[in-house]
Design a protein around this ligand. Sequence first.
Ligand SMILES: [Zn+2]
Length: 483
Amino acid sequence: MVPGRCGWVGTMVLALVCAACGPSPAPVVVLVSWDTTRADALGCYADVAHWGLDLRAARHPSPRTPRVDALAASGVRHQWAIAHAPTTLASHASMMSGRDTRGARVPRNGFPIEPDVPLLAPRFAAAGWQSVAVVGASVLSRDMGLSRGFLVYDDHLTQKVRRRYERSADDVVDRTLAIVDRRSLVDHWTPLFLFVHFFDAHSPWDSSPAELRSTMVDPSYAGAVDGSSDSVDWLVKATRAGRVGSDDRIRARALYLAEVASMDAALGRLLDGLEQRFAMEDALVVVVGDHGEALDLPASRPYGHGFDVDLVASHVPFVASGSGRFAVPAGVVVDRPVGLMDVAPTIAAMAGLPVDPSASGLDLQPVWRGDADAAAILEERVLLAEATKPTQAEAAPDWNNRYKERGAFGRRLLVTESPWEDRTPPSAFELAPGQPEASDASRSSVERLEGALRTWDAGAPDYRDPEMTSETKAALRGLGYLD
Ligand SMILES: [Zn+2]
């Protein structure tokens, strides 16, 4: 135990003395991932919307995320943060390892992160921090490898939703605060890394409180879309068949935004609860999305994610705010693209952890401070993303995602190589008025990104066998079965 500011260790004495001089705040780093959250589902990203709906403005439900918007205003917001994969486990492997999906060797859900991939929590543990994770869905259950290094990894999920288990952001927050209140588990005078995962924005969209939802949906709607799994199934079929109506699309979007609003309210409860417990005078809070959600676009693969790496799938929120040793400049908006692989190197550097020289991501702090050289590096860098579906595209011995849609992001341009006929690369992803259309992109810029994709493919890892992971093989070998 690290003694408080008073210098006393004994519990009774500490309580008496600290009542007079105040608690000694332990450093706290909080990483909150919002599953299935498009950047434009947040109020602070409203200027980069990809909704693609040509609907009357008066009927548009708007994002309602005051807590994360306030975090962005008090800190840094990355205007163009890119997920390297459009499904949960692969994206979190990037976020926690400082590598893209190929560097982390996680092609999709169900492939555990292998033990030799460096992750953030073990690095915190090695530096004497305690780490706690509370996850919202079974795709991140402990046997998927993300639990390595955590003192507590809470994946106690009780609500069955088809093939997975999940719980609401409110439940995740209740559980998180209950864990940090268990002094036998969490020592409030030792630095704490907290990873919190909200899953509500993933369909079905039925976990937002009724009173919140009622303020975001049109009460006159009389259609079939109620946010349930069955109604999302209906939306997929009706959209593919061209039978979905504008009212249904609006309804689905409103229900989705209500789930995001609900996660924002839960974030507020989490931060308020941590403030009461840790003072948060020496704290860093990072909020990211793990990938987006198609909703009604593209119409051939609607209401889901995994098949595409277009902007609705890849453009995610990334906001950071801090205090004390983690202070970040306020009100900074970084418009050069960054990747989720930059999350771990940035957090690690801010916490003073030893550098992971094998990581591909960057410590973004120099960019936040306006360092021109660091900004130039981001300007030149190409970020890469790959779809994780369909599994039928996988062809051993090549890397599992080699023949799925892949994308390269660089200098405001997204180039995709895609098996889908309705994809027409390249596309400009700077949507501010006055920016160049995709057709204006110079051939050399497109070729640069195409070259990056070729290099990425040439260096791809080996195929991972979904039937027998390397861990399983190692375990079986250890038992003498595979020799
Ligand atoms: Zn996800």
